[in-house]
Write a protein that binds this ligand. Structure first.
Ligand code: SF4
Length: 432
């Protein structure tokens, strides 16, 4: 029998390791790391074990040599004070980290680019142009009778999507969740989680996912009762496409699931715009909503903080003192390739697996001690992780909920926002 007073297991823990933000994990805090003992997924188990450790000898470094936190912050401040237009990459942060980062970006006259923003800005552009109708995880759970996944299996991005949101045991309105109809569009997807609890197979339209724009055109045409050329668009009998269009029209609440990173990059805005058009058409006679799977690596958190603090999305330059939003111009790779940035700050307390790009620029990395590095940066400052060592908040994929993150284990390392605040203070000392 477990003695609750002495148990080292913490229950109902929120997980910041993907945008699904599950809040039911049980985590054992005994020992050196954090062990997910119930309700996780492989990503959560690996992430809590790796990021949740408590380092005993992780120190800041300048040019690979140990330095005090103060020395490292002073050196980072010196680099930023001398830079005309630094770029801030990574940005896998919780809400406090993102707010702290924005203060530094503002003072340094920089540009923010989240690791997922190469896809994100294209998707946002489509919605800026034509609008969009999105739903929430609660609505999917309680109402969706038809779920169509466009080029994604959902679980590669958010592993517990089906477990937590689709094949749930209970829902409101006496809805029988096991009766949901699941459809996948695209080849090479993991469709096993789409099998219903009573063994019903999902409907799978197998075609090269790079041809998603054609598939979306076929569906949009059929929904508009327009002719479609050929007997088998994308090698699939027209009758099957028609059956899918009819099912969408007949559904009481269909959900169109997509994720920008699953699309061919140049096609992202085109595909997102076409999915929004399907939802618009269907809402004339029934209910249909899109569900973008976002929020991974804190991208929705960073995007929300950037927007509410400045009124602009990411890829806005603060170098001139006046915000200049230019998503085509202000991408990290383009700025580096064209010599339009003179320092890189890589901030990431939630993701240690993506290495900062090798740019040849003075580089400051503020990240967990386990951060993957392809080259030693000029300054490295190890930080603790929100949701493991620190309290915080994390915006979920549907952007209607910010989950509170818990501090499960004490770390000697500072929070990212403490580091950015210290750099801001050092910059102000030298009159930057
Ligand atoms: S699905 Fe995502 S939020 Fe849920 S436990 Fe796995 S990694 Fe964490």
């Amino acid at each position: 029998m477990t003695n609750e007073a002495t148990s080292t297991v913490v229950t109902e823990v929120a997980c910041p390791l993907c945008g699904h933000a599950c809040d039911d994990l049980s985590v054992d805090t005994a020992g050196k790391g954090l062990t997910v003992v119930a309700y996780g997924c492989d990503r959560a188990r690996d992430g809590f074990a790796r990021l949740g450790g408590v380092p005993t000898n992780a120190s800041a470094r300048i040019d690979g040599k140990p330095a005090s936190l103060e020395e490292a912050c002073a050196e980072a401040a010196r680099i930023l004070a001398g830079a005309q237009q630094p770029v801030f990459g990574g940005m896998a942060l919780d809400l406090n980290g993102a707010r702290g980062a924005m203060e530094l970006v503002d003072l340094a006259g920089g540009i923010v680019e989240h690791i997922n923003n190469e896809f994100g800005w294209r998707a946002s552009r489509a919605v800026q142009d034509g609008g969009g109708i999105n739903t929430t995880l609660a609505e999917v759970k309680n109402r969706a009778d038809l779920i169509v996944l466009f080029g994604t299996d959902a679980v590669s991005r958010q592993p517990r999507f089906f477990e937590r949101t689709v094949w749930v045991k209970e829902s409101m309105f006496d809805f029988d969740t096991s009766s949901r109809h699941i459809v996948y569009l695209g080849a090479g997807l993991n469709t096993a989680p789409g099998v219903s609890p009573d063994g019903r197979q999902p409907d799978v339209f197998e075609f090269d996912r790079k041809r998603m724009p054609e598939a979306l055109s076929v569906l949009n045409a059929l929904l508009a009762k327009q002719p479609v050329a050929g007997e088998a668009p994308l090698g699939i009998p027209l009758a099957r496409w028609q059956a899918l269009a009819d099912a969408l029209l007949a559904a009481k609440y269909s959900v169109l699931v997509w994720t920008a990173s699953a699309f061919d990059t140049p096609q992202v805005d085109m595909n997102v715009g076409a999915i929004a058009a399907i939802a618009r058409k269907l809402n004339v006679t029934t209910r249909c909503n899109a569900l973008p799977l976002a929020g991974n690596d804190g991208d929705s958190t960073m995007g929300a903080v950037h927007l509410w603090q400045t009124g602009f999305p990411m890829r806005t330059s603060y170098a001139s003192g006046t915000p200049k939003f230019d998503p085509l111009h202000n991408g990290l790779s383009r700025l580096v390739a064209n010599g339009e940035t003179d320092a890189l700050v890589w901030l990431s307390s939630l993701n240690d697996t993506v290495a900062p790009p090798s740019t040849g620029l003075p580089t400051v990395v503020i990240a967990p001690p386990t951060q993957k590095l392809d080259a030693e940066p000029h300054v490295f400052i190890p930080v603790a992780t929100p949701g493991m060592h620190l309290t915080g908040h994390f915006v979920r994929t549907d952007k209607v909920v910010s989950l509170p993150l818990r501090a499960l284990k004490k770390s000697p390392l500072p929070a990212a926002e403490q580091v950015t605040a210290a750099i801001v203070a050092k910059m102000k000392e030298v009159g930057a």
